[in-house]
Design a protein around this ligand. Structure first.
Ligand code: GDP
Ligand code: MN
Length: 400
């Protein structure tokens, strides 16, 4: 699960990670109130107005702006709230901004030039260990750094049996070239960050930039925290932070029905039980000359209700020109699924696109019979080869 920057910072602060003073605002008026309050608490020469969306690269898209007066705070908040923010991570359509985070300005407080560093923690699947990654090249283009100059990424793996050791945090701080107070603060920062990572069941924490301020403190200027979905049952406070407006509506609806749905760009919708079979089905669609419009795993308990929900979600995508339903009846019986398909089809009413249903396994023949005798515009297939051929024909008719 993804959360906003302001939420991530709130959580990190609880574990002792230093963050700039900040308050979230839903309107320009709230933004001004927030700025006043921040000014009362910390002496800041300016404020930063930051769009809160579930995507990075906001600075590049005009979603992070400095403001030097309360009027400017209001102006910037007016500009940003409601804007369709396009960043390298949002896709061309961008994301609508509903909230801004107002923070103190952490850059221009002292004499020295502040420095933008990079720190992240994530699971390295190859070694089965958490890894701390760091770089002196923090700021906006870390992906490019990793690609072109991978030697500039420092990595420190953590042994799960003993957890993070202070010497490891020191090693990272030295490799970052930090000295004196900044070095000490970085050691504390890394250890606090690692504690937060473990305690929140995060799958990734990325601080870009971690700022070395002009007075040699280390601050999380930005924060991206992803929480492992499988741990949300024991992270209730974090689960409550979920912002559904940031997620694709079809994926939210699918989640409500315990369906695993991912929208793709193609023209053949597919509904399958089991993730492996779903992947194989997508391959079959491609081999038949189509492009999958989605990944949809209805799970083990496919029944009329789940099939109907799946149908509805697939049909919301205007690109879908044919649907392939591929169910292997192991625990679930094919005749039950067939009844589910027919019932769902009738309930939805107007489905004007070809639907190919391939049922294999327990009671496959009965299932095919139900489909064929339903009188609906649904074709059955028992062999995957048949189903693929029928999809090919359906697709070529669409493309003709
Ligand atoms: P992102 O573009 O979505 O990654 O958003 P960030 O929070 O990382 O902000 C983008 C950039 O804005 C940073 O790399 C900084 O250069 C700048 N920025 C962020 N906070 C401050 C601040 O407090 N003061 C100043 N002057 N610049 C900031
Ligand atoms: Mn950033």
């Amino acid at each position: 699960m993804n959360i906003h920057e302001y939420q991530a910072k709130e959580i990190l602060a609880q574990y002792g990670v230093k963050v700039p003073r900040g308050i979230v605002a839903n309107t320009p008026e709230e933004a001004v109130e927030a700025a006043k309050k921040i000014k009362e608490e910390v002496d800041t020469p300016a404020w930063v107005v930051k769009a809160q969306i579930h995507a990075g690269g906001r600075g590049k898209g005009g979603g992070v702006k400095l403001a030097f007066s309360l009027d400017e705070v209001k102006q910037r908040a007016e500009d940003i709230i409601g804007m369709q923010l396009i960043t390298p991570q949002t896709g061309a359509e961008g994301k609508e901004v509903h909230k801004v985070l107002i923070t103190e300005d952490s850059f221009y407080k002292g004499e020295n030039e502040p420095k933008e560093l990079y720190i992240s923690i994530l699971l390295d699947r190859d070694s089965g260990r958490n890894v701390i990654m760091a770089s002196t090249e923090g700021g906006m283009d870390i992906e490019e750094v990793a690609e072109k100059t991978p030697e500039k990424i420092i990595k420190e793996w953590i042994d799960p049996r003993v957890g993070i050791q202070v010497f490891q945090a020191r090693k990272v701080a030295y490799k970052l070239g930090l000295e004196g107070a900044a070095n000490k603060d970085m050691v504390k920062f890394i250890i606090a960050l690692y504690r937060a990572y473990e305690a929140t069941d995060a799958s990734q924490i990325e601080i870009n930039p971690a700022l070395q301020t002009s007075d040699n403190q280390i601050l999380a200027l930005d924060a991206k925290v992803n929480i492992d979905d499988n741990a949300l049952y024991r992270q209730k406070n974090i689960a409550a932070m979920r912002d559904l407006t940031e997620e694709a509506p079809e994926e939210v609806e699918a989640g409500e029905h315990d369906l695993n749905y991912v929208k793709l760009d193609g023209n053949v919708g597919c509904m399958v039980n089991g993730a492996g079979l779903a992947m194989a089905t997508m391959d079959i669609i491609k081999l038949s000359g189509g492009e999958p419009a989605n990944f949809l795993d209805v799970g083990g308990g496919a029944n009329a209700k789940t099939v109907e929900a799946g149908f509805r979600i697939i049909m919301k995508d205007p690109n879908v020109k044919a649907i392939l339903i591929n169910i292997f009846g192991g625990i679930v019986r094919c005749d039950r699924v067939a009844n589910g398909v027919v019932e769902a089809y009738k309930n939805i009413g107007t489905i004007n696109i070809p639907i190919i249903v391939r049922l294999q396994g327990t009671n496959a023949e009965e299932g095919a019979k139900i489909i064929n005798e339903s009188g609906l515009k649904v074709e059955s297939a028992i062999l995957l080869k048949d189903a693929a051929e029928k999809v090919r024909i359906a697709v070529s008719e669409v493309n003709a």
